[in-house]
Design a protein around this ligand. Structure first.
Ligand code: NAD
Length: 283
């Protein structure tokens, strides 16, 4: 079977074209939409990601402040910065980078991000709104998976989707979004007894575990669609997904590439959220 490459570049470009226009319109009526990126680490992968977000914002006419609190910042300092940005009328959107300093989890600080500016949907309030099916910002990566599937014309209603990974920022919110699309969802995780038995019974498999090569040909049914969310550091310094593309290609009907699949759509949706937040704040 020919395996179609489910790329995200065209979709990201279409979203970005619209975001750029909307950002320009907002800028004309006042100030450019403004995103605050709060960083508390000295991790090179995070620095690379922050830089790519800054560049994306710049291309779209979105102002971007990077607030570097240092890798030894404490819970109180991080919460204080997030609260201050929440109260700052010039800041439309807030994004907190991970990893956080040793011993600090997202749960310790994310409730300090006000939901109206929480463009990556990480706060307990945003996650609760999503679980209840109410309006709020949803995590961009999870939303990107659903948008990528829709863009490539893959139906979700009534279909069995296996999500591999149950984190609060990818797996769990993705399961909620898929339920809202009327899919039947199985969430797999590190304690799932027989991963291959479950994933190979699904019509769509989403790999979001952060483990290189976890999903192989034996995990995928003939003709299934496979979305690779993983972004892992490869031995050569590049990035590589969770799917062993070689063994899945020829068996799956579609596979999203890494890089170039979920990643560009995630960034485009984050920037769209920034403009959404600015538009609502100024309405
Ligand atoms: P995480 O470490 O918080 O969660 C990983 C999840 O995978 C856990 O729920 C764990 O139970 C599950 N898991 C681990 N090993 C497993 C195994 N052997 N079998 C089944 N399940 C297993 O990671 P995360 O933050 O959710 O990110 C997941 C991946 O997605 C990472 O590679 C991350 O870099 C990537 N990611 C990509 C984007 C993007 O825009 N493309 C954004 C965010 C995260």
């Amino acid at each position: 079977m020919d395996t179609v490459s489910l790329t995200g570049k065209e979709l990201a470009a279409a979203i970005n074209a619209d975001t750029k226009q909307r950002a320009a319109a907002l800028t004309e009526t006042g100030a450019a939409p403004r995103l605050a990126l709060v960083v508390a680490n000295d991790d090179p992968a995070s620095a690379w990601y922050v830089n790519s977000l800054r560049k994306a914002a710049e291309r779209l006419g979105i102002a971007c402040d990077t607030v570097d609190l240092g890798a030894d910042a404490g819970v109180e300092a991080i919460r204080a910065e997030l609260t201050a940005r929440g109260a700052d009328a010039a800041t439309d959107a807030i994004m907190l980078q991970t990893p956080l300093p040793a011993g600090i989890t997202l749960d310790d600080v994310s409730s300090a991000i006000v939901a109206t500016k929480d463009v990556d949907g990480v706060s307990p309030l945003s996650l609760g709104l999503l679980a209840a099916g109410l309006d709020g910002f949803v995590p961009a990566t999870s939303e990107a998976v659903v948008e990528l599937l829709k863009h490539h014309g893959i139906p979700l209603s009534g279909r069995h989707v296996a999500v591999v990974g149950r984190s609060n920022i990818v797996g769990k919110p993705l399961a909620q979004l898929l339920l809202a699309e009327d899919a039947t969802v199985t969430v797999c995780h590190s304690r799932t007894a027989d991963l291959a038995a479950i994933t190979s019974s699904a019509e769509i498999v989403v790999a979001a575990a952060g483990r290189i090569g976890l999903v192989t040909g034996k995990h995928v049914a003939e003709g299934a669609t496979v979305i690779d969310v993983g972004t892992n550091e490869a031995a050569d310094g590049g990035i590589v997904g969770d799917v062993d593309a070689e063994s899945v290609r020829g068996k799956a009907s579609g596979l999203s590439p890494v890089p170039g699949g979920v990643g560009p759509v995630t960034t485009a949706l984050l920037m769209r959220h920034v403009v959404d937040a600015a538009q609502r704040a100024r309405a």
